[in-house]
Design a protein around this ligand. Sequence first.
Ligand SMILES: C[N+](C)(C)CCCC[C@H](N)C(=O)O
Ligand SMILES: O=C(O)CCC(=O)C(=O)O
Length: 480
Amino acid sequence: MTLLRPFQSGLLRQGAVRTMGGLGAIAKPAARYAQTRSFVASSVRRDSEAQPKESLASASEMHDKLPVPYGPNQLPPFLPNPRNGNYFTVDNPNRVLECIRPLAPNHRYKGRSFSNIWLRDNCRCEQCVYPPTRQRLANTFDIPDDIHALRHSESVQGVHIEWSDGHTSFYEWEFLRWWMMFTSREAYNQPPRYLWGSEIAQHPPTVDYQAAMTTEAGVAQMTDKIVKYGFVFVKNVPYDNPDYTRQLLERIGPIRQTHYGGFYDFIPDMAKADTAYTNYAIPAHTDTTYFSDPAGLQSFHLLEHKPAPGETEAVGGESLLVDGFKVAELLRNFKLDYYYHLAKMPVMWHCSGNDGVTIRPYKLFPVIEEDKFLRIPIRIRWNTADRGVLPYTSSWRSQKDWWRAAKKFDELLKDPANEYKFQLKPGTVLIFNNWRVLHGRTAFTGIRRICGGYINFDDFMSTWRNTNFKQEVVLRDVIG
Ligand SMILES: C[N+](C)(C)CCCC[C@H](N)C(=O)O
Ligand SMILES: O=C(O)CCC(=O)C(=O)O
């Protein structure tokens, strides 16, 4: 079990941000990230050491034993506490030099300056931001070009500034400190991920239907397991009526409409021009690779698998899941070039089988899309059936390089050590992150009826945030 926990981690308990033994140097991003990962890793070891000595807990058991939930936007461990010796100065009318100097006054990191316009535009007072909707009321473009601070004062909570346009603003230290160090919130709010291979079969992440339908904690757990493992099984779902499945999915977010409809309920009858509507085997793939914004979540609830008329048996249709992030990491470890061929080469994807429907994304997308700062995969696109023509780049070498890398990726996807095979059963709904987890099935006989739906990734992540974290933390993550 690879525990890949980037910057933000549940091990930095809520409100107990630990610095890294005084102050780590404010290093370059990559080094900072490596430094932080080592910090987090050591924390992981520390916490696991704190756990009673047991056999290696399975993913889901480990999940349940992990400390209190992490909070997105939890301040990085190496930032000093703003309540000790930090100060803010206005150095000249053209710039507000904000100095949250580390505790060591001679530390080489001397703070950062923000432009007055940026700071004034980010005023969050009730005149500038309408509280009921959190939308900006102030007109950014009314801010005078020569806006500057006339006076300012510090408090334990933050800094008050009187502006030359007569407006007064207040900025919390947390806000200033974060934007002193970072260029974005999301770069540091990648939730932790537990990469898995076939061993996940021992303890696949599961939640109970009743809890998911009746409590916010149930939705929190359901979405949190999808965030961490890329999928979850919801047990004990009634299957006499597909509507129970639809209602379960709508606990996470609205079901996405596509050319397949909204909530889908399908059998192998070629109702739509896609191999899913046949009884053919389908290798591991992600769905809707041809959308600029592929479906975020996908779900399957097998309602029935019965012999076709005149037949006596209904066999096959075994399901398959593969952790695309795990395989991307294996590819990178195998040959870094291969990883980057799949992360760099733009690829065409299409959906063209249905009359009047010819879908392609607004631009070509690579197989592996990664976060530019953290250098971790954010989305996998992989469907060899729906891949279009590789762009013909000037160097023929890149064509063959991409093909070699893709062939190795395909081999890794099909390595039994990376495959989780299981039989879908009525009463258990599978919900998975289609940006990470690939799915497939073996061929089958008979009539196999499955229902489910797609959910947009952003709707899913909104529900995950709002059911797992306090509102002020979520708001800081999104608008802070
Ligand atoms: C049946 N259901 C609606 C789930 C999808 C069927 C088609 C899926 C296909 N691999 C694609 O990506 O378009
Ligand atoms: O029938 C299945 O188990 C999966 C079908 C499939 O791959 C899909 O709908 O995308």
